[in-house]
Design a protein around this ligand. Sequence first.
Ligand code: GRF
Length: 196
Amino acid sequence: MKPLGIGILGSGKGSNCRAILESIRSGALAAEARVVISDVLEAPILEIAREFSVPNAYLPPGEFRTRLEPQTEMELVQMLRDAGVELVVLAGFMRVLKAPMLEAFPRRIINIHPSLLPKFPGLEAWKQALAAGETVTGCTVHYVDEQIDHGDIIAQREVPILPDDTAETLHARIQIAEHELYPAVVAQLCAAEARS
Ligand code: GRF
């Protein structure tokens, strides 16, 4: 099976990126990580890429806080194309993607979110679930569209909320579920690609 070329975008600690790169290394995931890109210069995700010898780059985001400048987003498209990326994997990327990326990679950008979407989009979704008195939450992998934490759902994993959970313990358990779900979904998309 020809490995699918993936590009991982993230702004932070990169634990999902690590889970995906470990899954590739173990042979469970037939993908090739072509590049890891971050809008944060000191983000640990770039260090993880280096640890796994994956090409990596810092993309200076420009003056906006929650999105990239259009020119910067076009540069991002070019960087991903130059690297041979076929599937864009968002792993804690804290910027909303706009037309340049969505048009360049239609239905080829996926994201992981720490709730059972459509419940609790937005920041710190595990805290939202706790505050709402839910007994179950989880994580969702979905295609990215022009809305935040929206788009067709590919897969979800439930995580029970325990009576003595704090925001920290719940978040930690959701992340464990994420680290299983995300590589599995990328593998599923790679297999579907190989069949088509
Ligand atoms: C994850 O919890 C993911 O659901 C959200 O951002 C977080 C990224 O964590 N979109 P990490 O950088 O992969 O550790």
